[in-house]
Design a binder for this molecule. Sequence first.
Ligand code: G3H
Ligand code: 13P
Ligand code: ZN
Length: 360
Amino acid sequence: MAKITLRQLLDDAAERGYGVPAFNINNMEQGLAIMEAADTVDAPVIIQASRGARSYAGDIMLSKMVDALVEMFPHIPLCLHQDHGNDEATCATAIQHGFTSVMMDGSLHPDGKTVSDYGYNIDITRRVAEMAHWIGASVEGELGVLGSLEHGSGEKEDGHGAEGTLGHDLLLTDPDQAIDFVRATGVDALAIAMGTSHGAYKFTRKPDGEILAMRVVEEIHRRLPTTHLVMHGSSSVPQPLQDMFNVFGGEMPQTWGVPVEEIVRGIKHGVRKVNIDTDCRLAMTAAFRKVALQSKSEFDPRKFLKPAMDALRELCRERFEQFGTAGNASRLKPITLADMARRYRSGALDPKIEHITQAA
Ligand code: G3H
Ligand code: 13P
Ligand code: ZN
């Protein structure tokens, strides 16, 4: 089966009311574990690579590895997505290397840390959407800035994340602005800010509506019912994984992530793509720690990597089931990029927001 675009996959998810986890990868073991999990439950897949992943593995390695995954799992539709593209060149070169979807994160300047203004975000996102749509690839934009409502700052992931302390005006996406942004840019999916942040340290307590503003998701979905919403920073940082990491010599202070039930609530209100990286890292690294501590003479990396892949496979399978992604792979017949490009040109995929009213 060919790769699938984000747009086709999320259109299907919206029609049937499910969400799709987007798992970050950097290496073969992560790719295999995700695909094996998807295979077990017949789930379509979004694999995403950050700029950090692209420089870690190299574009050729990443794209050929994903081609291998497509060949090995021909019945599983796979969308390869650029996570947090910082400028036009990052997005264009991703498509050149076989990505079927890109995120243009214009909420920050290309340095990945300076908060941009609204005009800048619209301009760069619209330019990338025009370019990608000529080819048939999909585009995710971001409006609002990821960061904690508790302390007003973002968590830097490998150089990406807002610097300084931000106010709630930036940390919570404005629903009226969201309508204008989608109309002006033509994005296929919209990442919104509601109090999640990247990394393990999202909340200092189990989140309630004060610090995880799911009401913002609901309000945006009410105003933009046909726009596919994206939740970033959506690792749950499960307690058993934190405990395992610490029992085997790790030092992770107690922390809270995004509860799965809140994500499921989001999926009922238009969230179609759910970004998860930290949980995958934690699952694998906790398993490494266990082997390192229990088998001190072990020096074969495979003896570390196999249990790590088992742990990641189990995590991914759980999320595919919890988000309703399971059972949807075999039904999907990927539309080619050329055909998607024709549909964009005809206007058939334009945002459907003419009838939408602004705030009462
Ligand atoms: O954007 C957040 C992801 O967790 C990617 O992290 O840039 O360290 O690969 P990374
Ligand atoms: P986590 O750090 O919560 O896994 O978020 C990942 C993410 O949003 C990647 O874009
Ligand atoms: Zn993110």
